[in-house]
Design a protein around this ligand. Structure first.
Ligand SMILES: [Zn+2]
Length: 336
């Protein structure tokens, strides 16, 4: 007798399971275990939808509920009940539940239903008529304005609220979507992130970008037609520029004119801030690795400039060099 009394006074969960035969009012210390048992013995559709931890005497609460709903009993602890008939108890503590179970009157019947979330059911804000006031609160870019009622078609969706996104969009949003971090904007945040990823600098069509891209190809893409003169010769793009057009643009600035292109001072050196300038075509020719310089009367010019200034073809000068002519004769002899 003593042991039986002790057993009865154990704390436990009073729970409610729903199934094809209605609701079962039950008692267990192990909700997960009992949930599995129910599914195994009573079928897949049986789920615990509501529970309340009761101390010290869960059995008394269970008995109170069974007595209260005795007229609805179908078989065993199964009753022709809807979950909403009991679920409003979630708004009470265990002592309140025991009291209500003992002297229950249907005065506070709720209008909502409980979501079938498995073993553990959170107290639902609308079931007991308790509404969490969100007005004036901020969730990401959402500023919550005022209450907009319940969801028109889905009673489990929870409260709806009028809200304004920072971009100005007004929308009715569901509390379950914004209150737990699901929705943080009308979609404008996502769109901004996407477009920021697509165009990092907004200058993909600029001549500076073309210069940067072909520079990388020349040095690091063996399939590129100019690779043999650059990458294959050990010309590299410095680390600061290799993967950052922004760095390149910051160091080099904009191209001064359409006549300018990227050039290196030291032709065997890398593409780097120290070694690069925007140069005109002429400036670049003077700097070619195969440019031949000729000095006459203390004036040093590349072959092409001599050719232009003296109105002799480059080929003529080149052949004279090959024949081993002295510089003076190369540049002064009249063409035959
Ligand atoms: Zn927005």
């Amino acid at each position: 007798m003593t042991t039986r009394t002790k057993k009865k006074r154990k704390p436990a969960y009073v729970y409610l399971a729903t199934g094809p035969d209605g609701c079962k009012i039950g008692l267990t210390a192990d909700l997960n275990g009992r949930s599995i048992e129910h599914r195994h013995n009573d079928g897949r559709d049986v789920a615990i939808v509501w529970s309340l931890w009761v101390e010290p005497d869960a059995h008394a609460v269970e008995l109170g509920l069974l007595k209260r709903f005795a007229s609805k009993r179908v078989r065993g602890e199964w009753h022709a009940l809807d979950a909403v008939d009991v679920v409003w108890l979630t708004t009470l503590d265990a002592a309140g539940a025991a009291e209500v179970a003992a002297s229950w009157k249907p005065t506070r019947k709720p209008t909502g239903t409980t979501p079938r979330t498995g073993c553990k059911v959170r107290p639902v804000v609308y079931a007991g008529g308790k509404k969490i006031d969100e007005s004036g609160k901020r969730y990401g870019r959402w500023l919550i304005l005022d209450y907009a009622g319940t969801h028109p078609t889905n009673p489990n969706a929870g409260a709806m609220w009028n809200a304004r996104c920072d971009c100005g969009t007004l929308r009715v949003i569901c509390r379950t979507n914004f209150a737990y971090g699901g929705s943080t904007s009308c979609g404008c945040l996502q769109r901004e992130k996407c477009s920021a990823r697509r165009t990092t600098h907004g200058r993909t069509k600029s001549p500076e970008y073309s210069a940067w891209r072909s520079m990388r190809c020349r040095c690091h893409n063996p399939d590129y037609f100019g690779y043999k003169n650059y990458g294959a010769r050990g010309i590299v793009v410095c680390e600061r520029w290799r993967d950052s057009f922004e760095n390149f643009l910051a160091d080099m600035g904009e191209r001064p004119s359409p006549d300018h292109s990227l050039d290196r001072n030291d032709n065997s050196g890398p593409y780097s801030p120290e070694n690069c300038v925007w140069a005109t075509a002429r400036e670049q020719i003077n700097n070619r690795r195969n440019t031949r310089f000729l000095t006459l009367d203390g004036v040093t010019k590349p072959l092409t400039e001599w050719a232009r200034d003296l109105n002799i073809s480059r080929q003529t000068i080149a052949s004279r060099i090959r024949y081993g002519w002295p510089v003076e004769r190369i540049l002064t002899a009249t063409v035959q």
